[in-house]
Design a protein around this ligand. Structure first.
Ligand SMILES: Cc1ncc(COP(=O)(O)O)c(C=O)c1O
Length: 341
């Protein structure tokens, strides 16, 4: 293997290591030429149709936003208007954006803590059921698979029953499927039949468009219409619209990228399992969560890990190409070997 510097690895943001295909880049570049013009409303309608086809819902169930932060801001603000009480339940750990945006839009936040298992993280048995019964939250937010653990939470099962329970007191369920292409499961198409279900999808991960900011909320027509009545007129830029349209016209590249990542994930899972004094958790995403025995070993790797808000020496890294991943493995092995000396 060629010399590598683990400090230069970009692994902390769960990005895809591949650029978008040339046809998608060309579409964005072409759109840049008419930057003197506002984005076209009809492009947004076509984009909704394409996302609807891709996820198995109707175009009226789709709202596009410039990235998850903005999508969640719009959603949480609107649900405050629809909801009887300002309490949201999230899992812990979870994607770090939910809590600040919930708080900024007037929600109180409670948590259900995940439990560490042998290979993955799980909801505590009856933990969610008890929390729902006692707190009766107006909103339950779950990233499935979960960031930062990489574990499935419901894994596509039991959504009707869960949404039904929440519906007893007018509660909503948000399932964030940012990693659907890597997990092999999705409940997106249930949006058409479950009125209080919202699903989040993004073009940032398998579609390799994180830099353009293009993400979607899928929900009942009534909720989408209320969100859009107050959303900015030109939410996506011309290049973002053009690239997103081209990407969704033929999504096969994203599925191919996802397959490559899944193969690399399998290879890395076996390699990580062979490293002494390091615990890794099985992943359903494009990243891994690791647990080091101590902070020194973690620091000695020199890798710019993402450090989740968890007690203990946890670190998350995203999968790259084989060469970069091997560089990371060498840094891990060396750091942990010098621990043993
Ligand atoms: C669970 C989850 N949702 C959403 C996002 C970000 O999505 P976007 O790039 O569309 O803002 C991430 C990114 O790491 C994530 O982990």
């Amino acid at each position: 293997m060629t010399d590598c510097d683990p400090r230069s690895l970009r692994v902390n943001l769960n990005e895809l290591p591949y650029p978008p295909p040339a046809r998608v880049l060309r579409a964005a570049a072409e759109a840049l030429k008419s930057s003197n013009l506002y984005p076209e409303g009809r492009d947004v309608l076509v984009l909704k149709e394409l996302m609807a086809k891709y996820t198995g819902v109707a175009p009226e169930n789709v709202h596009f936003a410039s990235g998850s932060d903005y999508a969640f801001y719009e959603l949480f603000s609107q649900l405050r208007v629809f909801s009887s009480g300002p309490l949201a339940l999230i899992i812990d750990p979870t994607f770090s954006s939910y809590e600040p945006i919930l708080k900024a839009t007037g929600w109180k936040v409670e948590r259900v803590r995940l439990i560490e298992g042998e290979e993955r993280w799980n909801l505590p048995p009856d933990g969610l059921k008890d929390a729902l019964k006692h707190l009766k939250p107006s909103l339950l937010v779950v990233d499935d698979p979960n960031n930062p653990t990489g574990s499935p939470i419901f894994g596509g099962e039991g959504i009707e029953g869960l949404a039904g329970s929440l519906d007893e007191w007018g509660g909503w369920l948000l399932i964030d499927e940012a990693y659907a292409e890597f997990s092999g499961y999705s409940i997106s198409k249930l949006v058409g039949s479950i009125g209080n279900l919202v699903v989040f999808r993004t073009l940032s991960k398998a579609f390799a468009l994180a830099g353009l900011r293009s993400s979607a909320l899928l929900a009942a027509e009534r909720l989408i219409a209320s969100i859009e009545s107050g959303s900015p007129r030109f939410e996506l830029s011309r290049p973002t619209l053009a690239a997103s349209l081209e990407a969704l016209r033929d999504p096969s590249y994203a599925l191919r990228y996802a397959r490559e990542i899944v193969n690399e994930r399998q290879r890395m899972w076996l390699r990580l399992a062979g490293i002494q004094y390091l615990k890794s958790y099985k992943s359903w995403t494009n990243f891994f969560l690791l647990k080091f025995t101590d902070e020194d070993a973690l620091r000695r790797t020199g890798i710019n890990f993402m450090r989740p808000a968890m007690r203990g020496s946890f670190a998350r890294f995203s999968l790259m190409d084989r060469e970069a991943d091997d560089c990371l493995l060498v840094a891990l092995e060396e750091s942990l070997r010098s621990r043993i000396k």
